[in-house]
Ligand binder design. Sequence first.
Ligand code: ADP
Ligand code: MG
Length: 842
Amino acid sequence: PAAAPAPAPAPATPLCTHQTVYVPVNRLAKVQEARLRLPILAEEQQVMETINENPIVIVAGATGSGKTTQLPQFLYEAGYAQHKMIGVTEPRRVAAIAMSKRVAHEMNLSEREVSYLIRFEGNVSPATRIKFMTDGVLMKEIESDFLLNKYSVIILDEAHERSIYTDILVGLLSRIVPLRHKRGSPLKLIVMSATLRVSDFTENTRLFKQPPPLINVECRQYPVTIHFQKRTPEDYVAEAYRKALKIHNQLPEGGILIFVTGQQEVNLLVRKLRRCFPYRPQQEQQQNEQQEQLEDVAEENFDMKRVIRNIRKSKKKFLAQMELPKINLDDYKLPGDDTEADMHEQAEEDHSDDDALSAGEELEGVSELSSGPKQPLWVLPLYSLLSSEKQNRIFQPVPEDCRLCVVSTNVAETSLTIPHIKYVVDSGRQKTRLYDKLTGVSAFVVTYTSKASAEQRAGRAGRISAGHCYRLYSSAVYEHQFMEFGLPDIQQKPVDDLMLQMRSMGIDRVVHFPFPTPPDQLQLQAAEQRLTVLGALKATPGDAKDLPPAMTPLGRVISRFPVAPRFGKMLALSHQQGLLPYTVCLVAALSVQEVLQETGVQRTEDVAPKANKFHEKRQRWAASGNFQLLGDPMVLLRAVGAAEYAGSRGQLPEFCATNGLRHKAISEVRKLRVQLTNEINLNVSGAQLSVDPQLKPPSDAQARFLRQILLAGMGDRVARKVPLSEITDKEERRRLKYAYNTPDMVDPAFLHASSVLKQKTPEWIIYQEAYELRNGDSEKMFLRGITAIEPEWLLLYVPLLCNMREVRDDPPPRYEASSGKLFCFVEATFGKAGWPLPLSEM
Ligand code: ADP
Ligand code: MG
């Protein structure tokens, strides 16, 4: 609408002053009573005055003080939702859903009015006034409506988590707010954070020329006594179990909250604890348990020793690259470390020593049920992938005579506040996905959290009264091996997605973007290079060297798909030959971790294929028909197809168990397929994909095209067999039998034993993953997820990898490979490859 109202006559106060209109809310008496106990209620007036008079405000306050649930309500009551919406972003889906439901309930409004939107799901309606969403969702909205005209306020919640999207949103909004101001329809920005590292936002002049006002919400926090372990046990899950038993058996009432690193650990602990203190009357709990057990059946055996071994193996390389302090998992003992180190001052009303477990207590020899099971323990799991009904149980009343015990991942650290917690058991660990900056090779590792996280976790115990936090590590480990803060995501993850998205929004010079903390230059360059190889960006030829590579039409198509750019490209090319259903299936299967169950040994060591009893079967799946060369992805396609068939006959669990598939992974793949199919039908004109999950195996020709499509997405993961004929030394030839050269790695990498193409050793391949294994002192790179390709295809799909003798038009710059060993010597001319690319019949 061009007819913007004429700006009001020059006001005395800045233009952004909001005229408060009181909009009444009918809350239930019980809700109102609970609200009044929240610290932020006492500061409503100050908070709202600051917001009314300033375009950008930072609100910091302890977790649980009421920021997320109350601030949107203050704004609503002050009339901010009258003509436009109040938008709230959360880095976690869990929080977006839970908080929208909670606020709707508190305000006595329907979920049509207080709604949420996450990537594939939501209940937003035309009546929506307050909208909770993930930060990624708002980022997508900015692409189509840069000024965010639907909103009067944007709240960026949990900014301290430093998720990539929240960081970018802070930067974007720092520019959008003045623009909206100029247009006479001001937008307010509220950055909300726990009391952590706020200075990255307030003292950042690149971001905000004038530091925005900071409101600190005072919060009554009861003292929490910290207990360190004398030693740092490796098996922190077992240790957490023992601690929980002792707390329950020996200490006065009050809920227990245990922090471990992942879903598997959570489920394992929950089962063990429920077995120990069963809660009989509730059948539901047992049913749940059975269900969870079923879900876990096909998962690898939980083996802490193995996990630790893996950390040991991968940690050195990754941690060195990530510049994290090195982890010493060996027991850690310093002279004088045996005494309890209290970080917080002991309060007068606090427990005496015999009340709490003292840290120096000997754990060995404690009989687990020494005092016999008394009170039942009401044990609840909490992690992001848990269904929202089950998550909600943490807020429901605990059955009478029971003690609450929540076993959680770091979801409960700041995003969700669980009531009634008095004891926290902190493993001090978290699961992180670490990436190699240059190659993008990633691995999940368990690392120590930061001191800041440890403080947050401890703080969860002091909400109702003085509490206790049992840290399952020594104070020496805490002092010397915990970082002060976690690194912002943007400094540790590949930024390919982000770069493409920013470019498609017209931000050409990503380097100059006002990031709260700028990403590493190397990382930006590596992302730019990968996107160039992918064909989403195109370097400008000739002398305009300082211009960043331009976005290509293909790049624009790719950025529309809600998946990683390499998968976006695969989907973009699959519109031909009826390939889309197969690519959707592959993209889904490749996005889910470990669909195929590996035996523990297999994943970590390069042992003979026989060690995996499923290997034979996989070999047969890949070989049937005439499409062996599709290799390991073919196994995935067949596995998913066959599992769907088995599922349609109600035999899925048995099928998974006998064929080495992870049951849960298979259902995740299925969900992803449905979601992707819907997205494509919505976004790609003319696409009418069926959501029917049953998929016939591809024809020979289709399998051949799929190899090309995989190559198109994996152009940066091409490898060529080491030319054995040029090696004279016999010993050396044997050593290099399965060796491949890649453009980025100096030393050759080896086909992993689990690949169905191991015996074929095709000349040219693409791989899904390269990873390093250590064996004693030696280390070896392995390649997994192998597909054979024809070198001619490289010309079409990855021209930057090719040396061309004669080049017409603008020569693409040579891909700057560090080892220059791999080049396709196609002596041909390179025509301008338009898009869509036809698949090659070669
Ligand atoms: P903050 O954002 O400052 O961390 P919140 O607004 O998330 O604080 O939480 C305020 C209070 O609301 C907490 O005490 C929390 O336990 C409570 N709360 C949040 N969600 C629910 C719910 N679904 N049921 C009951 N209480 C809830
Ligand atoms: Mg919050």
